[in-house]
Design a binder for this molecule. Structure first.
Ligand code: SAH
Length: 349
């Protein structure tokens, strides 16, 4: 008997590796596909659920493997319908993911890292620092959990996925891509890549890489300022990754993918609330076809950062729209349960 601690997580194996396992144990290789479908498409939690396998096969799997699924330990529902999940990983660490219901869509907002290394001054997740990367299956499981909640609580399918939870997806790129491959695969959740958006602080080198990889998902960049001095003062990444480098990387993105980028932008009092800042944003927006989401600030502290007045948002909106840049003002969702952008910090009320 192999002890539980020594058993491998079967979801770390590829389909071919599972095939090899069956061949080695004198079983039919086609079993592998059945198992693989149970693991990914049907998101089985236990080998005993795999009812089209014989009892002996299930026992064989049980003897050698475990299925390390995430556990949704705490689910909170906001007055606006938003659901926040606190998810416990196999090593006890916690991440958060959010279900956001809209009239026509249901969006899953998922985490890519435990904590974050980026230190954006307005973001609660930054205060946790980075603890570790999530594995592909831990990312996948968050989507599965929200898909099940969408069906259970809303009787509607999950339609969209945004990598806007904890962490910087482009600093855990290999695992994020593997998760997306499974999410979009017919043997996985069979969701369209165009329904997936990856949001990044804008790591230029990595944006070039995903452009070269010709990924099919959408790209959003958390811009917040198109003036280097200001951006560096609120997002330290900008010190080593200037707006010029970011702009060049985005040109490369557009050349390769021909897809628009979305800029996320919060307007704060005394930081970026003048016309000069709006004009700088407009100029940046002209580098490649783009649209802008002006997102509402979710206070996380004692008031160092404060959302600008509506008149300033309208000033931004007018200038951008007049120049042909689609701009939306995005109201926060799930604020009452700390599920809104930048509020994910493992605080359970
Ligand atoms: N690291 C990636 C993914 C996180 S997405 C990225 O930065 O894009 C989370 C989004 O919420 C980002 O656009 C981030 O800039 C924004 N955000 C962070 N703190 C916020 C806050 N307190 N209020 C509103 N938006 C915030």
């Amino acid at each position: 008997m192999i002890s539980v601690a020594e058993k491998r997580d079967i979801r770390k194996l590829s389909l071919d590796e599972i095939k090899d396992f069956f061949i080695k144990h004198g079983d039919k290789p086609f079993r592998a596909l059945q198992v693989y479908e149970w693991l990914w498409m049907k998101a089985a939690k236990d080998f005993n659920q795999m009812t089209n396998l014989s009892l002996a096969t299930r026992e064989l799997l049980n003897e050698h493997f475990v299925i390390n699924r995430i556990k949704v330990d705490n689910m909170q529902r906001s007055a606006d319908g938003t659901i926040k999940n606190a998810v416990t990983l196999h090593d006890g660490l916690i991440v958060e993911s959010v279900l956001i219901p809209h009239e026509k869509r249901i969006t899953a907002c998922v985490s890519s890292q435990v904590g974050c290394s980026l230190a954006c001054r307005f973001c609660a997740t930054a205060r946790l620092k980075r603890m570790r990367n999530l594995s592909p299956d831990e990312i996948y499981d968050q989507v599965v959990a929200i898909k099940e909640q969408a069906e259970l609580f809303f009787e509607r399918p999950l339609t969209n996925i945004v990598f806007m939870g904890m962490g910087e997806p482009l600093l855990n790129y290999a695992n994020v891509v593997e998760a997306i491959d499974k999410i979009t695969s017919q043997k996985g959740l069979n969701m369209a890549a165009k329904r997936i958006t990856l949001s990044t602080v804008g790591i230029a080198k990595m944006i070039k890489k995903i452009a070269d990889d010709e990924v099919k998902f959408n790209l959003a960049v958390s811009l917040h300022s198109a003036i280097d001095k200001t951006r560096s003062s609120i997002m330290p990444i900008n010190d080593t990754n200037s707006l010029e480098e970011l702009g060049d990387a985005l040109k490369h993105w557009y050349k390769k993918t021909k897809r628009k980028v979305t800029y996320e932008y919060v307007v704060w009092k005394g930081i970026n609330d003048t016309e000069d800042h709006a004009k700088a944003l407009l100029k940046f927006c002209k580098i490649i076809p783009s649209k802008v989401n002006l997102i509402e600030y979710n206070p996380i502290d004692d008031g160092e950062f404060q959302q600008a007045d509506e008149s300033v948002l309208n000033m931004y909106m007018d200038l951008l729209e007049k120049n042909g840049i689609t701009t939306r003002i995005r109201k926060s969702r799930g604020k009452d349960i700390d599920a809104a952008c930048g509020q994910l910090a493992n605080k359970i009320r």
